[in-house]
Design a protein around this ligand. Sequence first.
Ligand SMILES: C[S@@+](CC[C@H](N)C(=O)[O-])C[C@H]1O[C@@H](n2cnc3c(N)ncnc32)[C@H](O)[C@@H]1O
Length: 269
Amino acid sequence: MTQGTDLLTGSGTPEPRLTAELLLCHAVRCERTYLYAHPERELREVEWIHYGRWLHERMQGKPLQYITKKQEFYGRPFAVSPDVLIPRPETELLIETVVKRRPDAGTIVDVGTGSGAIAITLALELGVSVMATDISSAALRVAGANAVFLQARVGFVAADLLTPIADASIEVVVSNPPYVSLTDRESMQREVRDWEPHLALFAGPDGLDIYRRLFPEAWRVLKPGGLLALELGCGLADSASAFAADWQNVEIAADLAGIPRVLSCEKPS
Ligand SMILES: C[S@@+](CC[C@H](N)C(=O)[O-])C[C@H]1O[C@@H](n2cnc3c(N)ncnc32)[C@H](O)[C@@H]1O
């Protein structure tokens, strides 16, 4: 483990010791506590090979979650691949917002579901069936497998935003859409820019392309009084609030870092 930590430190990888431990656990297929309980345990040849390869991949910048193929979200394990965004802890605020404002929602649509983290979590937390769309068929395959594994009732549709929904029949539209501006592309974290799907990240020159389309689309499909809940990109709260001018009961919730992170609003009754 010291060897792995040293290699990762030398390449400037953040949290080198923890990363070396997690990669070693992945190679040995064990929990971290096992590593500490069995310091005498020698690695088998195949475990060395895997560990070495994964250390190398991490040193090249590949996110740990794409190596271990998993990420926890809202206390549940989600499979991830480079076809989907790695679910972020701040997105849990979107779940809390919907659960707080619409605990009895019967019809929920998650737009841009990626790994299915939002749709699956809401389906399980609220005990309902949820519909989820994504423009990426590859992402929907990952989300579908997660829904089966976690036994969540989610119907997945390959679609542009909410196009398959014909009428105002939905109670909640929820989304963590792409919101990075193309102008921020060069300055963003290399690990994100070079490894996560661009379809999941970028939304035009100002980062607002999807919000601009999603507000009117959500208005079209929501019942009167229906809730729209959206994750906000850093610095986009004012622009997104402007799109919500005709909506009512607009609320903005800040994440643990104090950044305005979730906008929720209701279509007037
Ligand atoms: C920021 S990721 C969010 C993924 C997941 N919901 C999460 O929070 O971890 C945005 C997702 O929106 C999808 N997407 C991008 N444009 C879309 C569109 N026009 N219609 C539907 N989905 C879209 C991307 O493929 C990606 O999976």
